[in-house]
Design a protein around this ligand. Structure first.
Ligand SMILES: *[C@@H]1O[C@H](CO)[C@@H](O)[C@H](O)[C@H]1NC(C)=O
Ligand SMILES: *[C@@H]1O[C@H](CO)[C@@H](O)[C@H](O)[C@H]1NC(C)=O
Ligand SMILES: *[C@@H]1O[C@H](CO)[C@@H](O)[C@H](O)[C@H]1NC(C)=O
Ligand SMILES: *[C@@H]1O[C@H](CO)[C@@H](O)[C@H](O)[C@H]1NC(C)=O
Ligand SMILES: *[C@@H]1O[C@H](CO)[C@@H](O)[C@H](O)[C@H]1NC(C)=O
Ligand SMILES: *[C@@H]1O[C@H](CO)[C@@H](O)[C@H](O)[C@H]1NC(C)=O
Ligand SMILES: *[C@@H]1O[C@H](CO)[C@@H](O)[C@H](O)[C@H]1NC(C)=O
Ligand SMILES: *[C@@H]1O[C@H](CO)[C@@H](O)[C@H](O)[C@H]1NC(C)=O
Ligand SMILES: *[C@@H]1O[C@H](CO)[C@@H](O)[C@H](O)[C@H]1NC(C)=O
Ligand SMILES: *[C@@H]1O[C@H](CO)[C@@H](O)[C@H](O)[C@H]1NC(C)=O
Ligand SMILES: *[C@@H]1O[C@H](CO)[C@@H](O)[C@H](O)[C@H]1NC(C)=O
Ligand SMILES: *[C@@H]1O[C@H](CO)[C@@H](O)[C@H](O)[C@H]1NC(C)=O
Length: 415
């Protein structure tokens, strides 16, 4: 039996606790009242009311510094919960080992879109946050596969060094969609322990998730181990390159790059005499990481540094399409820059669109112009060319006519 929440009925005792949007979410998702938790903050005085025998739980809860809940209490409360409808915030707690959500498989959140947007208070929209827990060292979300939210924010937990979100797969972004917001679900991993690192497998897995936005990972890659099959300079049959791959004027190792699938660093092609990039025929992922950072104030957005792909000064380049490239991860909004190459590329909107369409959610700029601008330039140039052609043909025809007239006159005279 499902229970349909009536807003007016609930507003009487809900004020100051769950928000109206949350009640609406519970109603929309047809929550079972026996599996619904009606408080916002989980504390030692209400945790016994948490529906700990349900696999699907409706709850929009936060665990805060004054919750005073032992890890055992939390494990018991969440032991059967596989699907959560509502948000979770775990903030400023004393939790050390956060493993009580290890069984959780999906989270379907409340978006709070309009109300919060009106107040320009969007950090909380559809967010799942685990933030500012100064003594947390481990976070186990090893079953979590499905998210319907705007962001999963795991940040500012200065001792957190082990995070398992390896099952993440099925992401849907809800909430408001503004041009300055990511169209994907933001996965934020930032300001964690300096010992926290991203494994190469993990990054490849992340980048295979179409609706994820992984631009807000401020961490480094883990030191490669043998099983990672990493190379750091061009080597035949190597599939994973770690570091910035810089292809300069005298580069002759392109045959050794044919096998490359992932570059865990930037790709810079600067001053080469390549006509196309077909030798990178297996390259699917480009994902530099590595901002030196410890806190929000320390971060500097430096586009010139963070472009993940830079194609510069290649005088003979006719096409910058990569046959297999699907995903470029970058710290900056713009991941790819193409500058000062063969002049033809300034007018080649097809090349631009082909690359842009092949990539998931990235825009391309060629000498500061987006593909659509290049289209306009191409059109204007073609018009100019057409005019010139018309003038040229006109002059040609006129000369031909004069020639014919002269010829005709001469022939007549001779007769
Ligand atoms: C929640 O709903 C009640 C009843 O519909 C309304 O009186 C109240 O203003 C709403 N609260 C907010 C924050 O919108
Ligand atoms: C918890 O919610 C109930 C109603 O569901 C309310 O009566 C109670 O005051 C709330 N307690 C806290 C601590 O918010
Ligand atoms: C969970 O337990 C409570 C109280 O023990 C009970 O009322 C409720 O029906 C149970 N829910 C389910 C889904 O078994
Ligand atoms: C974190 O641990 C330190 C050292 O054990 C302790 O002094 C501090 O109060 C703890 N912080 C929190 C929020 O529990
Ligand atoms: C995370 O939790 C699961 C389920 O409890 C467990 O099997 C797994 O070993 C845990 N992972 C780590 C790294 O502790
Ligand atoms: C995600 O959440 C939004 C807003 O609550 C809802 O409209 C949508 O149906 C949900 N999508 C999925 C796949 O759960
Ligand atoms: C993905 O999530 C949607 C709802 O959010 C669910 O209906 C679907 O079964 C999930 N797919 C997989 C493969 O888990
Ligand atoms: C690369 O692989 C090919 C085919 O598998 C093999 O013939 C060749 O010896 C390998 N080269 C190196 C340097 O391992
Ligand atoms: C490339 O080779 C040319 C001629 O062999 C040399 O003059 C030039 O310095 C080299 N450039 C670089 C960057 O190594
Ligand atoms: C590209 O090459 C030019 C000339 O060698 C050099 O001045 C410039 O710094 C290089 N740019 C990048 C981003 O490597
Ligand atoms: C942020 O980190 C930088 C570099 O580690 C440090 O110099 C600065 O003091 C930190 N700022 C705050 C507010 O902690
Ligand atoms: C960005 O990085 C480049 C190269 O590392 C540096 O020259 C420039 O000053 C930086 N700009 C800012 C605003 O930090």
């Amino acid at each position: 039996m499902y229970f349909i929440f009536l807003l007016s009925q609930y507003s009487i005792f809900v004020t100051g606790q769950l928000e109206n949007d949350t009640i609406k979410l519970f109603s929309d998702r047809m929550c079972d009242p026996a599996c619904t938790f009606m408080n916002k903050t989980l504390t030692k005085s209400n945790i016994d009311k948490f529906p700990n025998n349900c696999t699907t739980v409706c709850a929009d809860f936060e665990i805060l510094w004054f919750s005073e809940l032992s890890e055992d209490k939390l494990r018991n409360a969440f032991k059967n919960m596989k699907h959560l409808i509502g948000n979770v915030h775990i903030s400023e707690t004393r939790i050390v080992k956060c493993d009580f959500l290890a069984g959780l498989e999906s989270i379907d959140t409340d978006t709070n879109s309009f109300r919060i947007f009106e107040k320009e208070y969007f950090p909380e929209i559809g967010e799942i946050t685990i933030r500012n827990n100064e003594n947390m060292t481990e976070l186990n979300l090893s079953s979590l596969a499905t998210l319907n939210c705007t962001t999963l924010d795991i940040s500012e937990n200065g001792r957190l060094e082990k995070i398992d979100i390896s099952k993440l797969q099925n992401l849907t972004r809800n909430g408001p969609k503004m041009y300055y917001m990511s169209p994907g679900v933001g996965i934020i991993l930032a300001y964690l322990s300096p010992k926290f690192c991203i494994k190469f497998d993990e990054m490849e897995h992340f980048l295979s998730i179409e609706n994820g936005d992984f631009s807000l990972i401020y961490a480094n890659y883990c030191t490669p181990v043998l099983e990672d099959n990493i190379c750091t300079k061009p080597e035949a049959n190597c599939t994973r390159f770690f570091g910035d791959l810089i292809i300069g004027p005298n580069f002759t190792d392109q045959e050794k790059l044919r096998s490359l699938v992932s570059i865990f660093g930037r790709l810079v092609i600067n001053g080469s005499d390549f006509e196309n990039l077909n030798f990178l025929e297996n390259l699917i992922y480009i994902a530099p990481l590595g901002w030196g950072n410890t806190n929000y104030t320390h971060i500097k957005y430096n586009n010139s540094k963070s472009y993940a792909v830079q194609i510069l000064n290649n005088a003979k380049l006719e096409d910058y399409y990569f046959p297999a490239l699907k995903r470029v991860r970058s710290d900056s909004k713009l991941a790819v820059t193409i500058k000062n190459n063969n002049e033809e590329l300034l007018y080649n909107s097809k090349s631009c669109e082909k690359l842009e369409n092949a990539l998931i959610k990235e825009y391309i700029q060629v000498d500061g112009k987006y593909c659509s601008n290049i289209g306009t330039y191409e059109y204007l140039r073609d018009q100019r060319r057409m005019k010139r052609l018309i003038v040229f043909c006109g002059v040609g025809v006129a000369i031909l006519i004069i020639f014919l007239i002269v010829l005709y006159c001469c022939c007549k005279k001779e007769k």
